[in-house]
Design a protein around this ligand. Structure first.
Ligand code: MG
Length: 340
């Protein structure tokens, strides 16, 4: 059955797609599966990982406990995966590889969204970046030090991930797979649109404040805008060895992104609740950097081998919002017993 799937890839995929038969393989070679291709296996390994399940408890932008309808890191990831697969199928790229990259692209995210990432970056001498941490999760942290042993191509795609404020179109894309770049675009398409919706829900933004010109190009509803952006990537990239977006839609998307970085993301990080969340991570980081022996054994071993900052970052970055909150309460809030 695997061979049948590989034959289908050969018959259907574009010349620019990566074929699972041509994978450069894994750091630790394993026997081929009877049923699934190598990239399908990567996708399944990611889906079954603990780090993937923890995404449900991690904030995307708006603190997850505030309301049931806000995106979490998990629903963001699923939206990215859906958008990326649509583009990949439209371009006859490898949909399984695209899905594997999409499902793992945010595994390294901290609790409490980018506010949390900022805290960890201050505590580690080399900084902290969630995209680098995603690779560390799949290479090492998952399964207590053995990682997921993914293929070269999925790992490469994770490191092609978008870099926050930087330009949407990737630089140096020639060295990256088309599948990796598709996920990069899908990530931006997903977050720009769902963050607008969540910002409206949180009343951080009023719909009449949205910039008129980008919306004229992209559409007035979330569905229209996603449709415009996805179609633009497919049409602009068809028959080419690179994945790109048409220049008018790219310019409008950049303008919308600039607006979000100017108006919504700073406003969100100034909210009192977000400051409290950052205080929780600061206290945990400070505590574990000073007391690495109190880390769970796996992380205490990392502290021995790679330093307390690294171990504290690994431990805290992996937490869900709830876990960080509970651990903070346990460590720093006195239990008042028999006091009335
Ligand atoms: Mg993302």
């Amino acid at each position: 059955m695997r061979e049948q799937s590989e034959d289908l890839e050969d018959a259907f995929l574009s010349p620019y797609a990566l074929r699972s038969r041509e994978s450069r393989g894994r750091a630790h070679p394993i026997d081929p599966c009877d049923v699934r291709t190598e990239f399908q296996r990567d996708r399944d390994r990611i889906l079954h990982s603990k780090a993937f399940r923890r995404l449900k408890g991690k904030t995307q932008v708006f603190l997850a406990p505030l309301g049931d309808h806000y995106r979490t890191r998990l629903t963001h990831t699923l939206e990215v995966s859906q958008i990326a697969r649509t583009i990949a199928r439209g371009l006859r790229l490898n949909e399984d590889l695209t899905e594997a990259i999409a499902l793992s692209h945010d595994l390294g995210h901290t609790p409490f969204g980018h506010a949390g990432e900022g805290v960890l970056a201050r505590y580690h001498p080399d900084g902290f970046r969630h995209d680098e941490q995603s690779l560390r999760v799949v290479d090492f942290l998952e399964n207590e030090g053995t990682g997921l042993n993914l293929t070269y191509e999925t790992r490469d795609g994770i490191s092609a991930h978008s870099k926050g404020k930087g330009p949407i179109a990737p630089s140096g894309a020639a060295t990256r797979s088309c599948e990796g770049v598709v996920v990069r675009y899908a990530d931006v398409i997903a977050y720009l649109n769902h963050d607008i919706e969540d910002a409206l829900r949180a009343e951080v933004l009023d719909s009449k404040d949205l910039p008129a010109e980008p919306l004229r190009v992209l559409g007035s509803s979330r569905g229209e805008r996603i449709g415009t952006m996805v179609t633009s990537v497919i049409i602009a990239s068809q028959g080419r060895g690179t994945v790109t977006m048409s220049s008018d839609v790219l310019a409008a998307s950049e303008a919308l992104k600039g607006f979000m970085y100017e108006r919504v993301y700073p406003a969100e990080s100034l909210l009192a609740e977000v400051r409290k969340a950052m205080g929780i991570l600061e206290a945990l980081m400070e505590y574990y950097v000073a007391n690495p022996a109190d880390l769970p054994p796996f992380y205490a071993d990392i502290a021995e081998a790679q330093g307390a900052h690294r171990a504290a970052c690994d431990y805290v970055a992996g937490m869900t919002d709830r876990f960080a909150l509970d651990l903070y309460t346990e460590r720093f809030i006195p239990k008042v017993i028999g006091y009335s």
